[in-house]
Design a protein around this ligand. Structure first.
Ligand SMILES: *[C@@H]1O[C@H](CO)[C@@H](O)[C@H](O)[C@H]1NC(C)=O
Ligand SMILES: *[C@@H]1O[C@H](CO)[C@@H](O)[C@H](O)[C@H]1NC(C)=O
Ligand SMILES: *[C@@H]1O[C@H](CO)[C@@H](O)[C@H](O)[C@H]1NC(C)=O
Ligand SMILES: *[C@@H]1O[C@H](CO)[C@@H](O)[C@H](O)[C@H]1NC(C)=O
Ligand SMILES: *[C@@H]1O[C@H](CO)[C@@H](O)[C@H](O)[C@H]1NC(C)=O
Ligand SMILES: *[C@@H]1O[C@H](CO)[C@@H](O)[C@H](O)[C@H]1NC(C)=O
Ligand SMILES: *[C@@H]1O[C@H](CO)[C@@H](O)[C@H](O)[C@H]1NC(C)=O
Ligand SMILES: *[C@@H]1O[C@H](CO)[C@@H](O)[C@H](O)[C@H]1NC(C)=O
Length: 431
């Protein structure tokens, strides 16, 4: 340390130009040189501090998906935001209350701990509102995780239950919604195993309101194992559909497609995917396109994602209620999308310094026939710095513990350096 200096008399702080001016005492001249050196050092510190961040650039400009183009050709779409939830991994960490159950080791534990980014729904629909033989009782306890026994059979994940027992004229059913409501264009993927118990509707959908909705609905009563027929209903709920009593099948225009799946959806997990783009919606199963939809019925609003498993006894749709409790299992949801909010757009602009930098844009791996697990097992959230300031849960510890940014500490260092220099200069000039 320098020898103690006498306290200078109080006075106005000189402007920086004066500090660096030439009319200084020999002592300050000596310090002046040092000041220059220190400034250069400071510049080096700033450059070194920021350079790796600029070059790191992991996915900070977004996620790139191969999507369907107008003429069924493939093109690419960029999405700025990510929401990934690995329910299977969350299930492994979930509380398992089997020991306290009545011996049914296949029962879901009543673990209702919060799922980051999602909200379990609780509401009741009368049979009139439900438009069925029964009302529907959406209860949080019907959204749980599979117990350890089922997980051992490879069924790890979220479980949405439809119960056989009627309560006050209602079928107990389940719904889980994303908390974010700002999904405006995106590619949404859910890995699910559908119940084979007849009389439920399993649904993965994007929703804004009753006339802006994109649905994939599985009606278990329509599955026929003996002839291998497994249909999925692909629906755009539009204004016309509302006019026709929410029967999109009656509206024509290709906004209702009953597609046959090339596999048994009750036998194993498969990835179901909805691409929601301006003027176009494409549905997929295991990476294979099932249907493309265009036109006025394609929504144009921000919305949210919903996982639902329900029954209301309406024999023209869900059928049921099921004769036994039925489970829809979901092992993950991966959503890559643009946000409708100005804040998230500003975040992206601040984050994305150079879209052409290596790694600034990340390709989304696609589940494809014959190349399945490489993409199915991929979570950006498992990799350090690939999901900075995004919505992810169920990722591995190392990835989640990576500090979001080194920026604050560098700014503090810079401010402290400046203060120190300023003070040193003041003391020196006062001598
Ligand atoms: C999403 O937002 C980014 C950044 O504004 C933009 O480049 C991209 O084209 C948008 N994607 C779609 C599908 O509109
Ligand atoms: C739904 O109905 C059940 C049975 O009548 C009742 O216990 C529950 O509180 C209701 N839930 C809501 C959210 O109103
Ligand atoms: C849904 O939102 C769209 C766009 O804001 C609006 O035109 C339509 O009337 C709404 N539908 C319902 C059922 O509220
Ligand atoms: C299989 O059975 C269903 C009825 O369960 C029927 O609608 C469908 O046409 C049948 N498919 C074949 C290929 O026979
Ligand atoms: C399932 O398909 C078989 C063979 O096509 C047919 O005989 C049977 O009636 C179908 N089952 C139902 C419930 O439609
Ligand atoms: C992260 O996102 C939040 C919510 O949009 C925003 O308030 C915050 O400024 C963002 N932080 C960074 C470092 O981009
Ligand atoms: C399989 O998918 C992964 C991830 O998308 C990709 O890196 C790899 O090249 C694919 N392999 C083949 C044979 O297509
Ligand atoms: C991720 O970020 C952390 C902290 O910002 C940094 O230490 C680390 O090197 C980065 N990892 C990679 C793979 O770039």
């Amino acid at each position: 340390m320098s020898p103690p200096l006498p306290l200078p008399p109080p006075r106005r702080r000189p402007p920086l130009a004066d500090l660096l001016a030439t009319n200084v005492t020999p002592l300050f001249f000596h310090l002046h040189l040092h000041l220059h050196h220190l400034l250069v050092l400071l510049l080096i510190i700033i450059v070194v501090g920021y350079a790796p961040r600029t070059a790191r650039a992991d996915c900070e400009c977004g996620y790139l998906a191969a999507v369907h183009g107008g003429d069924s050709s493939n093109r690419r779409a960029l999405f700025t935001d990510l929401l990934e939830t690995d329910f299977a991994r969350l299930a492994a960490g979930a509380r398992d209350d089997d020991d306290h159950d009545d011996g049914d080791d296949d029962d879901a534990g009543p673990d209702a701990s919060p799922i980051e980014g999602w909200a379990r729904q609780a509401f009741n629909l009368t049979r009139e509102r439900a438009r069925g033989e029964y009302g529907e009782l959406f209860a949080v306890e019907n959204v749980g995780f599979v117990a350890a026994a089922a997980a051992k059979k490879g069924d790890a994940g979220l479980r949405l239950m439809v119960r056989a027992e009627i309560v006050d004229g209602m079928v107990p059913v389940a719904e889980l919604d994303t908390q974010r409501l700002d999904l405006m264009w995106g590619t949404f993927r859910a890995m699910m195993k559908v119940s084979s118990v007849k009389g439920t509707c399993a649904a993965f959908f994007w929703y804004f309101n009753d006339t802006q909705e994109i649905d994939m609905e599985f009606l278990s009563k329509d599955f026929n194992a003996s002839n291998g027929s497994y249909p999925v209903n692909l629906v755009l709920q539009s204004r016309e559909a509302a006019a026709a009593g929410h029967d999109a099948s009656g509206t024509g225009g290709g906004h209702f497609v009953r597609a046959l799946l090339p596999f048994d959806p009750t036998g194993d997990f498969h990835e179901y995917r909805i691409d929601y783009l301006p003027g176009r919606v494409t549905f997929y199963a295991d990476g294979e396109p099932l249907a493309d939809m265009e036109g006025a019925a394609v929504p144009s609003s921000p919305g949210h994602l919903i996982l639902q498993h329900w029954s209301n006894g309406n024999r023209y749709w869900s059928g049921g209620p099921p004769a036994e409790d039925a489970s829809l299992l979901v092992s993950y949801v991966k959503a890559y999308f643009n946000s409708s909010t100005a804040q998230r757009r500003r975040d992206w602009e601040a984050r994305c310094r150079d879209p052409t930098a290596p790694g600034a844009v990340c390709e989304i791996p696609d589940v494809a026939p014959g190349n399945w697990s490489a993409a199915a097992d991929w979570f950006f959230a498992d990799h350090a710095n690939m999901t900075n300031n995004q919505t992810a849960s169920g990722q591995s510890e190392e990835a989640s513990s990576s500090s979001p940014s080194t920026e604050p500490s560098w700014s503090i260092i810079i401010i402290v350096c400046w203060l120190w220099l300023w003070l040193a200069a003041e003391f020196a000039s006062a001598v």
